[in-house]
Design a protein around this ligand. Structure first.
Ligand SMILES: Cc1cc2nc3c(=O)[nH]c(=O)nc-3n(C[C@H](O)[C@H](O)[C@H](O)COP(=O)(O)O)c2cc1C
Length: 202
């Protein structure tokens, strides 16, 4: 098992995969790490589709500007935000936080009132913000996958409409990221990173 530091330092985007299947219990352990991620008001708006079929993986690669390596991974996780789940989860999550005294009653009221007032226009505007929650869960998956010797690559370059049509998903589902997962068939060198000085603002 890697320490958090080791996982963070060892992680690379993997774009070449072996075809070997992934044991089901490892897939479940990885998904469990997503389930445990923090989210605003504990809303837990993440939903995941596990794609194993070769044909569907190829269609996902096709819908991602033909990034063909996506189809090579034995599974591709389609990582989505569920807007209905977000709205319901925000209200019940905020109320729970109020009940246990973690958040003040007046803050719970602000969250619940705001959530119940959202119009479809507001929802469209806040969807990218809701996706922040998913990003945390996805990075949990990315790091936990390393414990099982698995590699991943965040994929954001895709045609969301094409993917939603493939699965027949409605307006409340937004595809945030594709995550091919498999045993690496490459060991890339670390990519360049900015120094700490460069990322600090005076
Ligand atoms: C939000 C996000 C979107 C990305 N989209 C793609 C993508 O569509 N295709 C791809 O090959 N890599 C994609 N990447 C991987 C980045 O290119 C990679 O993280 C970066 O070059 C740093 O390399 P490293 O991950 O190996 O450290 C994405 C990464 C992130 C975090």
């Amino acid at each position: 098992m890697l320490t958090t530091k080791e996982a963070i330092e060892k992680r690379r985007s993997i774009r070449k995969f072996k075809p070997d299947p992934i044991p089901e219990e490892h897939i479940l352990a990885i998904l469990d790490s997503a389930r445990l991620a923090p989210s605003g008001s504990n809303s837990q708006p993440w939903r995941f589709k596990i794609v194993r079929e070769q044909e569907t993986r190829s269609a996902l690669a096709q819908a991602s500007h033909k990034q063909s390596f996506i189809a090579e991974a034995p599974i591709v996780l389609v990582c989505c935000v569920d807007i209905k789940g977000f709205l319901n989860g925000t209200v019940s999550g905020a109320q729970d936080l109020g009940r246990i005294g973690a958040v003040e009653g007046r803050i719970v009221k602000i969250i619940v009132d705001r959530t119940e007032r959202y119009t479809p226009m507001d929802i469209e505007e806040i969807t990218p913000r809701i996706a922040f929650n998913l990003a945390i869960a996805i990075e949990h998956i990315v790091l936990r996958a390393l414990d099982f010797g698995l590699g991943t690559c965040w994929i954001r370059l895709f045609d969301e409409k094409a993917i939603k049509n493939m699965f027949g998903w409605g307006d409340h589902i937004h595809v945030v990221t594709l995550l091919p997962i498999g045993y690496p068939a490459e060991s890339p060198a670390p990519r360049q990173r900015s120094s700490i000085e460069e990322i600090l603002i005076d």
